[in-house]
Design a protein around this ligand. Structure first.
Ligand code: NAP
Ligand code: MG
Length: 729
């Protein structure tokens, strides 16, 4: 096993790796540090799942499973880049691409009938959605902006949209019948095995059995009423029309891979309600599944003039939709994974509450977030900016995050314990001793889900919070709502630990709405706060605050202190930026910023130095930190526009600053001697390398694929400077 594992992923970060990783491997090798790769890309995971369909040469090892074992050991040192959490349309597209490349994979069965189809579907379901992070996250999350990154943002503040006091932008959430209001939660005194059953007039169906929980696990159950959801959506569509704003829906169809595509499908149906009423049967016969989005629906019905005419008439009578790409006519409802709440809401808030409409102009929007568990965070943020005006990034303090996520804690809606209920009845969660832990009266179509959180991760999370608060000395808030069932169980863990450690006075416990306001007040004063949150808010807040404070969440330090002693270093808090790939393919310009990778690499090398007493790794890591600082100080981050320096230029500068820092340090003479000539070569050839990199921009490029690119073609595109390549070796 290599000293450090650098993950192979998808889309923009993987393109960036084609340029950056050879530099990292070469520099690390000089210090005797090996950097290997493991493939957790969507295409790689698909290939690893179907060995029986592939030839020996086509087969691929199950790298995710290997990494899943590695992170349970003290030896783990993994740099994890963002990967695709595939929605169904993305998964189907990836399978098609691989088939076209000659991999005889089975089709994704939309409606599996035979046992064989059901087996294939079950395998694909394992790849869908957030399938990677829950496997690797054997520890809790510590995310913050490195000091250098925060001070850079303060001295180079990004532009923020102005907030008008009379902005019509608002958040709409359900007031009853949602996951939030139906939640029940209990902490198990003993270990238990549970089953989930649905009792109906016709008898009992087992939805799931043999679920085992260690003692101390917090087990929740809740459901969203389909009727209440439909009524809410219909009402909000009408209200949006009356208010004259854009209708926008913000979901997490990737992470909440079971529940949220269903909710998204309800929204598609609600928006086109008259069309579904009239043509529902005909559309079903054409294979329409609203959960796959309006884009898929239009592709399937475009041959039917009558349906198309009714869709057009319906859309004309509806409020305008918030757009993903108004030039191409791609709406919010086209693809379930195009609008992802943790990226979409902060971007809208940063823009002063504006979204893009079908006319290509900016408008106020009604932000529909059906479940009320976390909608108040965005609602309160919007209210705060309407009252106080936009945040000033030049003076704002920072909100860091300590997030509970170890061992699949609080994986709402992505668990195999989420169900779309087939018939009216009662869902019960029953323990092996006969105890009915939770019971809900449900109706057909309701979405019922259970999630669990183990004791050891909760305790580890509180300890991490105590350590981080001690290190920072700033305000620290547990974002927990005493009135919410699940949060009340967590508070019962948190309070005694804080008291036993004598630090209860250093922490506050507040419901998300109050915590949002308090945190915004704190950073407006230029002070800092630590948000100690559950898994979902970890995800949401580590985009929201960085996007407001730093313009992007890509530059975040994201450290996962693994519970068994290893280290997992995620690179930033953002995703794989599909829009960046489009720009590269069309214009050969990659605006991806690798700062998250630079930060993670520095941390990973320092961790290696500490864990293995490796002094050379320490020198290497300190030099990475100096290089990262150099990138910030000299403004070497990529530009957004073709013809200007891009990701590849920033890697040249990173290599150069890294080599210079190694050449000039005096802790390790061998490394200084080795990197002296490299630093000199990189400096002397600056003009030539920059010219070679600039020369390629402007024209379209071919990567030989999207999900499964051709390595040689990608390397040719991403390493276009022969001079730089020769120096790197
Ligand atoms: P996203 O990839 O973070 O993209 C949203 C926007 O953030 C981008 O369009 C880009 O803005 C900006 N951005 C993100 N990273 C950047 C970087 N390193 N440099 C410069 N700009 C950056 O979020 P998304 O569109 O919601 O999700 C896309 C995919 O990523 C999905 O498949 C999702 O499942 C996956 N995802 C993975 C993880 C993970 O593995 N940890 C986390 C989140 C999302 P501009 O376009 O304005 O430049
Ligand atoms: Mg996120």
């Amino acid at each position: 096993m290599s000293d450090i594992i650098y993950t192979k992923v998808d889309e923009a970060p993987e393109l960036a790796s084609a340029s950056l990783l050879p530099i990292i491997q070469k520099f690390a090798a000089a210090a005797g540090v090996s950097v290997g790769t493991k493939d957790i890309s969507l295409a790689g995971r698909i290939l690893a799942t179907f060995p029986d369909h592939l030839s020996a040469a086509q087969r691929q090892s199950d790298d995710l499973a290997e990494l899943g074992e590695l992170v349970k050991t003290a030896d783990a040192n993994v740099i994890k880049l963002p990967n695709i959490s595939a929605s169904v349309p993305q998964l189907v597209a990836a399978v098609k691409e691989l088939q076209a490349q000659g991999y005889p994979l089975p089709d994704y069965p939309e409606t599996p009938q035979t046992d064989a189809e059901k087996a294939v579907r079950a395998k694909y379901d394992g790849i869908k959605g957030s399938a990677v992070n829950p496997v690797l996250r054997e520890g809790n999350s510590d995310r913050r902006a490195a000091k250098a990154v925060k001070s850079f943002a303060q001295s180079n503040p990004h532009r923020m949209g102005d907030w008008a006091a009379d902005s019509q932008t608002r958040v709409a959430a359900m007031s009853s019948g949602d996951f939030f209001s139906n939640e029940a939660s209990a902490t198990l005194a003993q270990e238990a095995t549970a089953k989930i059953v649905l009792e109906t007039a016709d008898g009992e169906t087992v939805l799931k059995e043999g679920i085992t929980y260690p003692a101390g696990t917090v087990v929740d159950a809740t459901f969203m009423s389909a009727k209440a959801l439909d009524a809410f959506l219909a009402e909000e569509i009408e209200k949006t029309k009356a208010e004259g704003t854009l209708f926008s829906l913000h979901m997490k169809a990737t992470m909440m891979k079971v529940s949220d595509p269903i909710i998204f499908g309800h929204a598609v149906k609600a928006f086109l309600a008259p069309v579904f009423e009239k043509h529902g049967a005909a559309m079903a016969a054409l294979g329409v599944n609203p959960n796959s989005g309006l884009g898929n629906l239009l592709a399937l019905v475009k041959g039917d003039a009558a349906i198309m005419a009714d869709i057009e008439a319906c859309m004309a009578a509806r409020p305008p939709l918030y757009m993903v790409d108004s030039d191409k006519g791609i709406t919010n409802l086209h693809v379930p994974s195009d609008v992802i709440i943790d990226a979409s809401m902060p971007a809208l808030i940063r823009a002063g509450g504006k979204g893009w409409g079908p006319d290509g102009a900016e408008s106020d929007a009604n932000c529909v977030i059906p479940d009320n568990s976390y909608a108040p965070v965005y609602d309160e943020t919007i209210k705060f900016f309407k009252e106080n005006g936009k945040l000033n990034p030049a003076t704002a303090g920072t909100v860091q995050n300590v997030g509970l996520m170890a061992q699949k804690a609080e994986e709402y809606g992505s668990h195999p314990t989420t169900f779309e209920i087939p018939a009216d009845g009662t869902v019960k969660m029953i323990l092996d001793d006969g105890t009915v832990l939770h019971s809900h009266a449900v109706e057909a179509g309701d979405i019922w889900r259970s999630a669990s959180t183990r004791k050891a991760p909760i305790e580890d999370w509180v300890e991490l919070a105590i350590a981080r608060q001690k290190a920072e000395g700033c305000s620290a808030i547990f974002w927990l709502d005493a009135a919410r069932a699940h949060d009340a169980e967590l508070i019962a863990y948190v309070k005694p630990i804080l008291e036993a450690r004598g630090v209860a006075d250093k922490f506050q416990i507040m419901a998300p709405r109050e915590a949002t306001r308090a945190s915004l007040e704190i950073i407006t004063k230029g002070e800092n706060s630590i948000a100690i949150t559950g898994n979902v808010l970890r995800d949401y807040l580590t985009d929201l605050f960085p996007i407001l404070e730093l313009a992007t969440s890509a530059k975040m330090l994201s450290i996962v202190k693994l519970m068994n002693g290893g280290g997992l270093f995620e690179t930033g808090a953002g995703g794989s930026a599909p829009k960046h790939v489009q720009q590269l393919v069309e214009q050969n310009h990659l605006r991806w910023d690798s700062l998250g990778e630079f930060c993670a690499l520095g941390e990973s090398l320092t961790f290696l130095a500490d864990a293995k007493n490796n002094d050379k790794a320490r020198v290497l890591g300190q030099a990475v930190d100096a290089a990262t600082q150099g990138i910030l100080d000299h403004g070497r981050s990529p530009s957004r526009k073709v013809g200007e320096p891009d990701n590849r230029d920033s890697h040249y500068w990173f290599a150069r600053y890294w080599a210079e820092a190694l050449a000039t340090q005096n802790s390790d003479a061998d490394l200084a001697a080795h990197f002296g000539p490299i630093a000199k070569d990189l400096a002397e050839n600056e003009a030539k390398i920059i010219a070679e990199l600039a020369a390629v921009q402007g024209a379209a490029v071919d990567l030989g694929g999207y999900f499964h690119t051709d390595p040689a073609k990608t390397a040719a595109v991403m390493r276009p400077s022969p001079t730089l390549n020769a120096i790197i070796g």
